[in-house]
Design a protein around this ligand. Sequence first.
Ligand code: F6P
Length: 358
Amino acid sequence: MKRVGMLTSGGDCQALNATMRGVVKGLYNGLKGDVEIYGFEEGYKGLIYNEYRMMNSRDFSGILTKGGTILGSSRQSFKSMKDPDENGLNKVEAMKQNYRKLGLDCLVILGGNGTEKTANLLREEGLNIIHLPKTIDNDIWGTDMTFGFQSAVDIATDCIDCIHTTAASHGRVFIVEVMGHKVGWLTLHAGIAGGADIVLIPEIPYDINKVCEAIERRNQAKKGFTILAVAEGAISKEDAALSKKEYKAKMASYPYPSVSYEIAEQIKEKTGADVRVTVPGHMQRGGSPDPYDRVLSTRLGARAAKLIIDKEYGYMVAIVNGETCKVPLGEVAGRLKMVDPDSGIIEEAKLTGISFGD
Ligand code: F6P
């Protein structure tokens, strides 16, 4: 009998349930039902405080298209993982004890970068871990794609599509602020897919004058409107040149809700344009996974099941060049996958006339 624990940690995304379904179906079929599933509630919290549900294959039926996570999730920062909780409990020791008390053979952890660091810590502490790369940000090192990303691209693209018609009617400059944390994958893909004229991402710090020049060029060409896809982590050249301390001091009295509003004000000032900001926010993480993510998550989940059946632990399951593979957790944890400013996709986007404000 295999005893497999499972948890979803960090910000949710569209294909968490689909991935768990892939794991569980793979385990039930591969082990002919000789498996017990322990579903920990709300991420690492469930493992720390031993809050779990015994689950079976029926719990994972009918959830391929269901967004969110049937286990619930929470953010438990890696930084504070080694600190005791408010009652003095050693959280890492508590997780190890609960794992051992339940006699688990392994723990399947679905999450992003922070989650992955804790997963690696638990691996170093001797637990059998399999990590599955979740996030709309697509910033996990070692995999070409994370599940959730393509579904979020669809939503952000739909948003830019809708903005196009109203921007054109009113001859306005529109900023669509796209999620993605510290990286620009989501903005870059949605920006290209939605036909944005200007795309600002953290990996390519912008010069506001260059941004305004791109708007002016469109005005001169009688385009009538301009769409900017701006990553929530976009940064100006001046800010990128600040030391960490100086940047922190600037942000302490930052008067804008986010970078898009600062850019909007600067564009208004410099060009006199009528500027609006749209922030789709958490919508980008909501709803059903798209077909791409359903396939990806089913494959990653099934591959995780195969690793568990073969007793191969300590890996992240990745997709590289269209094939699933195992990547040692110790090699990828703590590394961020960013957009390469010199990559083909940036060169091609620039060739089609997209300005990155650089
Ligand atoms: O990592 C996923 C993500 O949606 C990021 O794109 C965003 O910066 C962050 O999570 C938002 O976090 P929260 O859900 O805690 O507001």
